[in-house]
Ligand binder design. Sequence first.
Ligand code: HEC
Ligand code: HEC
Length: 358
Amino acid sequence: MLTTLVVILAAAAAEPLPNTQIEALPLTAAQPDDTPAKIALGRLLFFDPILSATRDVSCATCHHPQHGWADGRPTPLGVHASGTGPSRKLVQGAAFLPLTRNTPTILNAAFNGIESGKPFDPSKSPMFWDNRAQSLEAQALAPIRQREEMRGDVCSEAEAVPAMVERLKSIPEYVKLFHTEITAEKVTQAIAAYERTLIAADSPFDRFMRGDKTALTAEQQKGMAAFQKAGCALCHNGPMLSDFKLHAIGLTDSATNRTEFRTPSLRNLKHTAPYMHHGGSTTLDEVLLFYDRLMDHAAETLEGGDTGTLPPLDPLLRQMNMLPEDHSPIKAFLESLNSDDYDKSVPERVPSGLPVTR
Ligand code: HEC
Ligand code: HEC
């Protein structure tokens, strides 16, 4: 008896079990320096195509309130394309490879990295499907530099950000709005301050967790228990329903051969379809069937450890235990993580005078 206990404790010390708690979001993501003037400036920058070297793509081209601050597409189209959302098309003759990763919603991205029971440091917020940037500020320059997103063939990658700053300096209204000299750092700080206002922290799930026991239906409460029991919360935990860690769940990025991706938030799934880093799963039913098969694969690899032609799988998957009858209540629970209560407004005009992305 004593030996067993010691062995279990030793195993637990080697691989601590994740904190599977799920909870409500804080009601605000605002930082002390986020003044109304800075937020208003960030909003104009976000919707202004002047940030792109081609002057026709804004952040809102891919992150639009009409599509829940994503774009409703499997993968996005940046430069040399026209239209918005699912109907956006490459212009004829454009020699651009489509992007290979699905556009995440930026709704609640200000909370990326938040964990239950730990202090939250937004300067370390992981960004992108592979966590390659930390903080909203650090993220904001990446699309401006990237050829397929906002740069095209107008300038080199190294020139993209300084050239964007020069474009802003040539517009008197921006000179006035920035107060002091325009720098790339100030551009990213304003955009981040605005993004911190794009939150939806009042879903039925949040209200339930804050004490309103009528906020979830009986089926949704059953689904919450099934979600925990099935092991979803081994990775989808904390206030964002994400541990923000990288896991291999059997999907590979064809462009880079990467097999580990960040656990996505399960908030607002209504707006983030199609799902997964490649946007390859159309519905939640499809995702749940995928996990059924994944559990089988994970169990098989437990035996010999040989995954054959499959990429290695995260060992946490072996602890999953979802039954077919759990699908329906889990879907009902996921529905309770949607919220329509967020800023959907689009500015009337932007300082460059270019058309606002609608
Ligand atoms: C052409 C479409 C496109 C444009 C334009 C674009 N994005 Fe994105 N955005 C994406 C895609 C795709 C990803 C995920 C990329 C990845 O993970 O490699 C992303 C990721 C993000 C993320 C990280 C979200 C998360 O949870 O990890 C933020 C924040 C963001 N974008 C903000 C912006 C801002 C600010 C701009 C303008 C400066 C912008 N985006 C322009 C498509 C776009
Ligand atoms: C081992 C960690 C892990 C477990 C356990 C897990 N997931 Fe995931 N989940 C992920 C990762 C990582 C991704 C993204 C994978 C990718 O895109 O390549 C993901 C993606 C998703 C998505 C797509 C979200 C989007 O916006 O694209 C949904 C929905 C989802 N999981 C639901 C669930 C449910 C329901 C369960 C339990 C039945 C579960 N997950 C169990 C790690 C996990």
